[in-house]
Design a binder for this molecule. Structure first.
Ligand code: ATP
Ligand code: MG
Ligand code: MG
Ligand code: MG
Length: 467
């Protein structure tokens, strides 16, 4: 049998422990040290202050398996779920770090050793990218490791298109950053997609598995960079992507954990076709939402809680699309605990509470989902290409359809939403509310502070990190 996810984790940590790394536990999805970041989106988040030099640890080398969420802020993969073979909202990142200790050479050589000698990936399937100007990393790959020059690709920093993939890694718009070198795996020419740096790099043939970031700078809000106190290494490898390779499948959604969750989702929604993309969305979202509850994020109308609500409701809507007319989503929690409870004991310990939270949210949304879907279907009937903003707003305001949920439905049908119209309708409603209840409004503002109103709806669908 192919190696299990549990063994892949252990092998990674054992390897870096053998290279004098201290194994550190995964930190919560809500960063404890950083109000500018919505969720822990990579393994380095718990070490941010160590890079900046304002925090010290008793070790200079660390390794971890970090639970990550990319569903808001600079790194947001919510819209990729169900569409690519390699993106989740919640995923696990294998990482190793040097805090002013080793640098590029050791980092790249150990990565290569682990992949090719321990996990035994075929060398001829691997490619590397380096930052365009990073001759040092280029030479390490070509001269010391011996990767053929035609499989080492120089990539720029994509300035002016900051949210596209590039080889200058940033945790967020500000903070620690630096040039990076990434390792890709070629899944074969039967899969569409080009190598990194080519026009069709977004395909799923060449899949990025491991990023080695050479942390050297602290980026300020105005874009100026200052050198960190000491150059550091920060790496991250997607556990599910590595598992796909080692379990001889192409898609992350075919690895052992997802296979079980997709079957469970098919069972609860009475779906025969295990390839239905809605099952992938549901399997992804049960992980994200259950781990969020277990880390204290409850559904609400603002901030992190609104991201949580949006993910839950998206999952429920996909169940509805499969014909499910009653709550089902919370029933997947025991299956998730079977798959991940050993690695994450607090998930297992809180299973009952997690189920309760999800069930309550489900029952609530099911009250308006059906009628909301009817309104949406009617609005999209005929040769409509764009969902009118006022309809999207009514669905949001009266039926609890977050904007991204309506957009998800539209996208499935090749349509779009008039988002400007949505925001205009929201503003108009607020203005009306103000005119009608000036006195009440004044009181409310006195109480909450004018700056605090409603951040969830408007800001969290944009790139704003502040909660
Ligand atoms: P991609 O270009 O495929 O979106 P990325 O460049 O955004 O990945 P990094 O920020 O470099 O990813 O994160 C380090 C590693 O974490 C990646 O090389 C990948 O293996 C993994 N990873 C990143 N995003 C996801 C995700 N949404 N789901 C699963 N694994 C991910
Ligand atoms: Mg990405
Ligand atoms: Mg990338
Ligand atoms: Mg990357």
């Amino acid at each position: 049998a192919p190696i299990s996810v549990a063994d892949i984790r252990k092998t990674f940590l054992d390897f870096f422990a053998s290279k004098s790394h201290t194994v550190v536990a995964s930190s919560p999805l809500v960063p404890g040290n950083d109000p500018t970041l919505m969720f822990t989106n990579s393994g380095m988040v718990q070490f941010k202050d160590v890079f900046l030099g304002t925090d010290k640890r008793s070790y200079v080398r660390a390794a971890s398996v970090q639970a990550c969420l990319r569903a808001g802020g600079k790194h947001n993969d919510l819209e990729n779920v169900g569409y690519t073979a390699r993106h989740h909202t919640f995923f696990e990142m294998l990482g190793n770090w040097s805090f002013g200790d080793y640098f590029k050479r050791e980092s790249l050589k150990w990565a290569w050793e682990l992949l090719t000698e321990v996990y035994k990936l075929p060398k001829e399937r691997l490619l590397a990218t380096v930052y365009a100007e990073d001759d040092e990393a280029y030479d390490i790959w070509t001269k010391e490791i011996g990767l053929p020059a035609d499989r080492v690709i120089r990539i720029g920093d994509n300035k002016g298109a900051r949210y596209k993939s590039d080889n200058f890694w940033m945790m967020a718009d500000t903070g620690p950053c630096g040039p990076c070198s990434e390792i890709f795996y070629d899944h074969g020419d039967h899969i569409p997609g080009g190598p990194p740096g080519s026009p069709d790099e977004d395909g799923d043939r060449f899949i990025e598995i491991w990023n080695n970031v050479f942390m050297q700078f602290d980026m300020a809000e105005d874009g100026t960079v200052t050198p960190l106190p000491a150059p550091c290494v920060d790496t991250g490898m997607g556990l599910e992507r590595l598992a796909a390779i080692l379990q001889h499948v192409h898609s992350n959604y075919d690895i052992d954990i997802f296979d079980a969750l997709i079957k469970a989702a098919a069972h609860e929604t009475h779906t025969a076709d295990l390839k239905n993309p809605s099952l992938k969305v549901i399997a992804d979202h049960i992980r994200a939402t259950a781990f969020l509850v277990s880390d204290g994020v409850l559904p609400s109308n603002e901030g992190r809680g609104y991201v949580q609500r949006r993910i839950i409701r998206r999952a429920i809507r996909h169940g509805y699309k499969l014909g499910q007319k009653t709550p089902f989503f919370h029933k997947l929690v025991p299956d998730l605990v079977t798959q991940m409870g050993d690695a994450y004991p607090s998930l297992a310990a809180q299973a009952v509470r997690i189920m309760d939270v999800l069930r309550v949210e489900e029952e609530r949304f099911y009250e308006t989902l059906e009628i909301g879907m009817q309104i949406l279907d009617e609005a999209l009937a005929g040769d409509v290409k764009v969902l009118p903003g006022d309809v999207a707003f009514k669905l949001h305001d009266t039926f609890g359809f977050p904007l991204d949920l309506s957009a998800d439905v539209c996208r499935e049908r090749g349509l779009t939403v008039n988002e400007a119209g949505f925001h205009a309708a929201m503003q108009a409603q607020k203005a009306k509310g103000r005119a009608a209840g000036k006195f009440k409004q004044d009181k409310a503002l006195e109480y909450t502070g004018a700056g605090n109103e409603f951040v969830g709806y408007e800001h969290l669908t944009t790139t704003t990190e502040v909660v």
